[in-house]
Design a protein around this ligand. Structure first.
Ligand SMILES: Nc1ncnc2c1ncn2[C@@H]1O[C@H](COP(=O)(O)OP(=O)(O)OP(=O)(O)O)[C@@H](O)[C@H]1O
Length: 678
């Protein structure tokens, strides 16, 4: 094993020889380094890498950890090490043990598809649906929240629709809508099982329930999973814990987390779960790491101050091993364009004069939406960038169209797949498609399906659709070929449907999908795993959002990320955008102390990403206008309201487009000048 530099506390954590452990430590103290070190240590000690499972919140984090473990070992020792998200791990288990989990022939549906199913349900159950003022997406939110937090329906409705309120009026309203919501959610469940759909939460529940109730399943998996290495443990929610619990008996847990960085309560995470670790996990220990290796002390002073002003006690004070640097800069800006230009100029200056690369810059925002002007300025100034937190490759409409053809061959009961595939063709609307689907659902033998389709739909459309079905069916053992054949038969219509940007943007995604197909043995695997993994990483090359395939060669780019997608990231220079009143905390959250504290942790995560330079921007209009009594609550709760002067350097409009100085009284002009009429 190549040498990892570890301090004494980290070494102790990496070489831990008890059963279960939680490494509980602040930002930048080396938790990720410990996970990497632990995996390498275990493999070095002779543990087979395929029996170590690393669990992280994003595929990106998993890939990075696995790559780092591989780099720290020699001779491909870690070749078969597995790192994934909870969802994709469960999906892999389900695919690997089709009989044990009984889910073969099912289709995993993504959130867009879930919404389609819920819309169909609301259409079918109009009486109930009209009786509530809740949108299909909100119904899904209630459903998912209930399952993730394991709270009952009334409380899930309270949380998702009534912001947690417990007054009498709210209770009455919940009592009225609850039965209707129940009918709709039950109908959604029925629709799922009829269509043989598995939604993301089902993946976890299928594995969890099997393991909890079946000793044979535990015995089988005990040969497969010996060590679970879990990152960001503070953000695991009750459903994830429900899944993990049966593994306590068969595997050793190695968890790392930081209660001050818990930012996923909207998905049911409860940062207090780290405090319950010893109670929940028998034969466990908690280890602490104290020293921050990432940032200079000035950045940590500001972060420490933010957390100290919280009424919650995190018992944390980060100390920099790197010593002191420059103070964070608080930039007051007058508009988003000014902010964008300031950041762009700053980055270009660093690039051309200060020997920094684009990748040394990380921009953090609460939402991707807010960064649109910034992206526009980057494009204009030719600054390469990637975004974390946007639409994913497999979610793009044209890809979904092609995949819909594969889906229906994979699972003939897949109504969502049929709806998309049939309505893709001109002349088939939703109503016509619905009629065809009812006929299709009665087909028995997949071998006759093509012929039956031709008969049911009729005309040239019927022929075309049957032909596509047939060629996918014939190539079901060669996924790439199946995609190529499908595409060749859909190309004309695709080019027509997306005529606005087909040639420039979308078309180049097709070879990507084909390449992706090569990695899978069956269409079913491509669909279930492809949807989850979203092809960000393909044969070692990053595939950027949407269709920016051409940019994949660019390795040096600025990263624009939402704070929620920035877990574990770090950069030399960080820009935290729009730390203004009504944003930190968000205006939506002012009435809930819990939500305010979650927002504080969001800001804490953002600030602690910076290694050397931290820029915080703030909208000047927001601070000059929050004076009226109506906004006094906003002001008093604003996180930077009482910011001690010595913690930052403040600038007002440093790069403002300076107006030339003019005289006070305007001169007169004469418009009859300049033309010679002689
Ligand atoms: N012993 C060490 N010596 C030198 N550098 C270290 C050491 N431990 C960690 N680092 C560096 O400190 C930085 C932070 O480490 P790491 O990302 O592992 O922390 P973390 O606790 O996971 O942080 P966070 O929770 O904030 O994402 C990294 O750049 C890492 O390489």
């Amino acid at each position: 094993m190549k040498n990892h530099i570890l301090n004494a506390q980290q070494k102790k954590a990496v070489e831990f020889d008890g059963k279960h452990v939680l490494v509980l430590a602040g930002a930048g103290t080396g938790k990720t380094r410990c996970i990497v070190g632990r995996a390498a240590f275990l493999i070095d000690q002779g543990m087979e890498p395929e029996k170590i499972q690393i669990l992280t919140f994003t595929k990106r984090a998993a890939n990075e950890i696995v790559e780092r473990v591989k780099a720290s070992l020699t001779d491909n020792q870690a070749q078969s090490l597995n790192g994934s998200t909870f969802h994709s791990w469960c999906n892999q288990l389900i695919v690997r043990y089709p009989n044990l989990f009984g889910a073969s022939g099912y289709t995993v549906i993504d959130p867009d598809d879930q919404l389609s199913v819920m819309k169909m349900v609301c259409g079918d159950q109009l009486v109930e649906y009209k009786g509530i003022r809740i949108k299909p997406q909100q119904l899904l939110d209630i459903y998912s929240y209930g399952r993730n937090t394991r709270k009952n329906l009334s409380n899930s409705i309270r949380e998702k629709i009534f912001k947690g309120k417990t007054d009498e009026e709210t209770n009455d309203e919940i009592d009225i809508i609850r039965p209707k919501v129940e009918v709709l959610l039950r109908a959604y469940q029925t629709k799922k099982s009829e269509g043989r759909y598995i939604d993301y939460d089902d993946l976890l529940l299928i594995v969890a329930n099997r393991l909890r109730n079946d000793a044979e399943a535990r015995r089988i998996l005990s040969h497969q999973v010996k060590h679970l290495l879990i990152d960001e443990f503070q953000d695991t929610n009750p459903l994830q814990w429900y899944l993990l619990e049966p593994f306590l008996e068969i595997a050793k847990f190695y968890c790392v987390g930081d209660d001050a960085q818990s930012i996923y309560s909207f998905r049911g995470a409860d940062y207090k779960n780290v405090h319950l670790f010893k109670e929940r996990v028998p034969e466990s220990e908690i280890l602490i790491l104290n020293n921050n290796y990432r940032s200079t002390q000035e950045i940590l002073d500001l972060s420490n101050w933010l957390i100290e002003t919280s009424p919650l006690e995190y018992k944390k004070k980060l100390v920099a091993t790197r010593g002191s640097g420059t103070k964070p800069k608080l930039i007051n800006i007058a508009s988003q364009w000014e902010e964008a230009n300031f950041i762009a100029e700053n980055i270009l200056e660093n690039f051309t004069e200060n020997n920094k690369n684009f990748i040394d810059h990380l921009i953090l925002s609460r939402s991707t939406y807010y960064t649109k002007p910034l992206q526009a300025v980057f494009i204009q100034k030719k600054i390469p960038y990637v975004t974390y937190g946007g639409r994913k490759f497999m979610e793009a409409a044209h890809i979904k169209d092609i995949v819909s053809a594969l889906r229906v061959v994979n699972n003939i009961y897949d109504e969502i797949g049929w709806m998309r595939f049939l309505t893709f063709w001109d002349g088939i609307g939703e109503i016509k498609a619905g009629k065809y689907i009812s006929k299709i659902l009665e087909f028995k033998d997949p071998l006759d399906c093509a012929q039956n389709l031709e008969d049911a739909i009729g005309g040239t459309e019927g022929e075309k659709i049957a032909d596509i079905y047939n060629s996918i069916f014939m190539n079901s053992g060669n996924v790439k070929k199946a995609i190529q054949e499908t595409y060749s038969k859909m190309e004309l219509q695709l080019a027509f449907k997306y005529r606005k940007d087909w040639e420039e943007k979308r078309k180049s995604d097709v070879p990507v999908l084909e390449m992706l197909g090569e990695n899978y043995a069956t269409i079913g695997q491509l669909i279930s795993e492809g949807i989850l993994e979203n092809a960000k990483q393909l044969n070692g090359n990053p595939v950027l959002e949407g269709s920016q395939l051409n940019d994949s060669e660019i390795k040096d780019h600025v990263i624009i990320s939402t704070v929620h997608s920035a877990k574990g990231l770090e950069a030399d220079v960080c820009y935290v955008l729009n730390v203004s009143p009504k944003v930190y905390p968000s205006a939506w959250n002012l009435s809930s102390d819990e939500n305010i504290e979650e927002d504080r942790r969001v800001l804490y995560v953002a600030l602690t990403r910076a290694k050397n330079e931290l820029y915080i921007t703030r909208d000047t209009n927001s601070i000059t206008t929050v004076n009226s009594s109506e906004t006094s609550e906003v002001t008093s709760k604003y996180f930077l309201e009482n910011l001690p002067e010595n913690l930052t350097e403040q600038f007002v409009n440093p790069y403002t487009i300076v107006k030339p100085r003019d005289i006070l009284t305007p001169n007169k002009i004469d418009l009859s000048e300049g033309m010679d009429f002689s």
